[in-house]
Design a protein around this ligand. Structure first.
Ligand SMILES: Cc1cc2nc3c(=O)[nH]c(=O)nc-3n(C[C@H](O)[C@H](O)[C@H](O)COP(=O)(O)O)c2cc1C
Length: 165
């Protein structure tokens, strides 16, 4: 099953999860980058990122190959921002929506402790399809937790078991 992991990460936690998932599933990786970067530190990080999430911004992304036609499974990864998914995922969904119809789609999210359920629901609404599986981790890079490896491998196993080759 040809798989791609598409993610946005501001401080590396979602990227860490994306990397582990891509390695386990032997998937390609696509890191979304905004043309105008969000601040990475301090008050500005929460102010600008939080505002962008709350107001449903759709930031311009750095160019990427949006041809997903060769993939069967697409995983979307995002940090939780103000209880929802991060704006670069909205931009990606907008650009790639027409290619998503015949794919299996799953999602993972990193938060600092808050729930990711609302973020998954809202991202599902944005994508227009239900996720086949979801995984929520708490700051897996900056607060490593020994349970994370198992949770990542359980998630990947669930996706592999669902494969229809
Ligand atoms: C703008 C902004 C808003 C955030 N809002 C939440 C939130 O609502 N709930 C939460 O648990 N964590 C929140 N966080 C923390 C991040 O979701 C968390 O640290 C995540 O692991 C960061 O992922 P990253 O390193 O890939 O950027 C927020 C972080 C930022 C920058």
């Amino acid at each position: 099953m040809k798989t791609i992991v598409v993610f946005y990460s501001l401080n590396g936690n979602t990227a860490f999860a994306a990397d582990r998932i891509a390695t386990t599933l032997k998937a390609d990786l696509l890191a979304l980058e905004t043309v105008k970067p969000y601040p990475k530190k301090g008050f500005a990080k929460f102010f600008h990122g939080g505002k962008a999430a709350v107001f449903g911004d759709e930031p311009e992304l750095q160019p990427f190959n949006a041809d997903l036609s060769g993939y069967d499974l697409i995983l979307l990864g995002t940090p939780v921002w103000a209880g929802t998914f991060s704006p670069p995922l909205r931009s990606f969904c907008h650009l790639a929506k027409s290619c998503l119809g015949d794919k299996i789609i799953a999602a993972f999210a990193s938060s600092s402790g808050g729930s990711a359920e609302k973020a998954f629901k809202k991202l599902e609404n944005e994508v227009g399809y239900q996720f086949s599986a979801t995984l929520h981790l708490v700051d897996p890079l900056t607060h490593p937790n020994e349970g994370n490896e198992k949770r990542i491998s359980d998630f990947c196993r669930a996706l592999s078991n669902g494969k229809n080759e």
